[in-house]
Design a protein around this ligand. Sequence first.
Ligand code: PBG
Length: 326
Amino acid sequence: MKFPEYRPRRLRRTENLRRMIRETSLSVDDLVYPLFAIYGKGVKKPVESMPGIFNLSADLLVEEAGRAAELKIPAVLVFGIPETKDAVGSGAYDDEGVVQQAVRAIKKNYPDLLVITDVCLCEYTDHGHCGLIEGEAVQNDPTLDLLARTALSHVKAGADMVAPSDMMDGRVAAIRERLDREGYQDVPVMAYSVKYASAFYGPFREAAGSAPRFGDRRAYQMDPPNAMEAVREAALDIGEGADVIMVKPALAYMDIIRLIKENFDYPLAAYNVSGEYAMVKAAAEKGWIDERRVVMEALTGMKRAGADIIITYHALDAARWIGEGY
Ligand code: PBG
């Protein structure tokens, strides 16, 4: 295979030729749309660093979920911003908590739309860490019961899938056991298995009010330079019963998405996180990039890297653009 016998440009001449040999195509089926639930009625609070994204009270959140359903997006991922926080994150496992109410409202109006809930304590603790603390150290084992309680409470409210994002060791097993014991053996767990201690979560922490009051999350989230550790993390979660595994963030970790896909024959999600969204939005606002083309290129890249599921704040736009043949 060499020039001039082989000329790669022959297959690039026209759009139909390119379509015919295209290796990756993004589908609405791949998308998950994150939503931020807040208390109240008629509340629509913009997230400054994420243009187009809002904290929504249940009534408006249902409308936004309806937009996703209308566009045939299969699932939403719900986060909660509680009214009050405390040291043990009790808002997370309160059956009348903000996520629980939002889930009930969505399922009532859109029973077919899959509702996935983020299971973590950081939005609910006054110190902003993902687990219980003693001094400045996040306690692993005592946190597990609270995470299991949170997951159970979400599922009782109607969640179709739970997604633990806290990065405590053993949480998938703790959640799986609790759900099974309570008769919810059919509810899958999507584990944030490979979640890095990333600077790309900045805007999310504004959206969810979950920035840690002291320290950072490096003692529980993964160290960004590591790749083989990601394989161990994914293996652990699969061993504990995870049904879907996740790599997060996406853009700076495309190699990890590919590595995990090649090592595990499991459905794989990639999380196109808040900072990735914010960068695109900011550059687009300045007129420096073509937002539509950049978003579709990035999401297609995640799919090409090996993601089966893409969690993205661009989901509504992306679904529309896919519908128009992007
Ligand atoms: C909660 C959680 C975070 C994200 C998802 N779940 C933030 C964090 O770990 O600090 C980040 C999502 C995003 O940046 O879009 N633990």
